[in-house]
Design a protein around this ligand. Sequence first.
Ligand SMILES: Cc1cc2nc3c(=O)[nH]c(=O)nc-3n(C[C@H](O)[C@H](O)[C@H](O)COP(=O)(O)OP(=O)(O)OC[C@H]3O[C@@H](n4cnc5c(N)ncnc54)[C@H](O)[C@@H]3O)c2cc1C
Length: 452
Amino acid sequence: MIIDVVYVQDSQIQLPRSCAGRQSDAERGANSSAEPVPDVPEEANVSSFHVLIAGGGIGGLCLAQGLRKAGVSCTVYESAPGVVLTGYRLHMNGAGGRALQQCLPEHLFELYMQTSRTTPRREVMVILDHQARELGSRPHIGPPNDPDRPHTAVNRRTLRQIMNVGLEDVVQFGRAVRAYETDTDGVRVLLDDGTTAVGDVLVGADGINSVVRKQLLPDVSIVETETRALYSIAPLTAELAAGLPEALFDGFACASGPNGALFAYGAYQPRRPIAEAVAELAPAASIDPVDPYLMVNLGLPPATAPNWGDVPDLWRSSAQTLHSVMRTAVEGWHPALVGLVEHVDPTTIFPVAIRHLQPADPWPAGRVTLIGDAVHAMPPSFGSGANTALRDAAALSRVLAQAARGDRPVVEAVAQYESEMRAEVFPILRASADPRALDPNFLPDDVLAANR
Ligand SMILES: Cc1cc2nc3c(=O)[nH]c(=O)nc-3n(C[C@H](O)[C@H](O)[C@H](O)COP(=O)(O)OP(=O)(O)OC[C@H]3O[C@@H](n4cnc5c(N)ncnc54)[C@H](O)[C@@H]3O)c2cc1C
């Protein structure tokens, strides 16, 4: 069983001979709001095998759903106090859809589908110039589009709220993982409140600044691209939509201007009003309504770029100042694109520093592994970070279920997951970080080959 103990700094904690354990009753009840999981796992809980997950973001929640569906016990430790707002629209491809279909109970997958955007006219990223003239387009990567798992888009917080349904007894908010220790039988995580928990496997799903990765793969560095971005949304009224170029409603659209600014646009128009879909499919779930919007992102070149005037410190600027940066960037562009920036809600603008990881050289597998941004954070050029985090979650839950059933040794299962992840996802990380990533003709063969 899981033992919570006071963590004494600098002490070397001896792991019990077997760390394999399940949550104690006290822990299991800690965060429960007692919504029953309607889709009871087909397989009964397979053993006392227990998975510890650091991070309850896109990847961590999907992994917990996948493990739960396979009857494997897990606990998610999430540092944030709840499913907080961390962004707007996420492009979803067939790989993400496939992973969600595997991991979620049927009614939640259906809720994901119904709250995803209406399938766009063209499943491509369209590249425009600053006068809204089309320069080219690029197909999205990932498995072929199909009606069950279309290329689409979701509202990030809605997806996380959907993935949180039924995990009230599994996700522990406000509990950050600080470090871990392993032995041949298990792994112990140290939490920032001074307690510890033990399990058979620890999965770092704790994002680009992952503490788990820093301990497991200390040589992996974070690359600061020096490109900054401003993310925002404009409420999507029929009147606004009518005046915009049609290409802005395709899969995704980018427009660049002579000043080096790059705008990216993505519509979020759910297939069905969120409240209506929730009322039918998960009436007890706490999922907020979201009105249709157009995400408007401004990518700013590095501060040293020529042709670019002074940009204030984006992290210390008011909403109005950030809005004026967007207005300046779009000066002289097509009137519809200028008008769109005017419609941006200034209170929604936030800055992002574009960073990514260097793909790590292969490492020996063990009881600690990584998924999503913790191991392959990538620039958003191919809209793939969340999709690959979901892909990892599905792949890892499959092999961990085999280990939990005793069908194979746990380290062998982790090794298979890691080697497939490196083969399938690292090419996307490399391509996303490539300076040619926004060239419509840039689609490396290894990305295509690994993602059918
Ligand atoms: C602006 C922007 C736009 C993007 N657009 C797209 C897109 O359209 N499509 C797409 O596929 N991807 C997109 N991405 C990438 C995508 O957001 C990430 O790849 C995805 O969120 C990764 O999921 P994750 O679960 O690995 O990490 P995260 O979503 O970052 O989740 C990590 C979680 O771990 C928690 N955490 C951190 N440290 C600890 C700790 N020590 N202990 C416990 N918990 C911890 C965090 O609070 C967080 O909840 C975009 C990224 C950005 C920045």
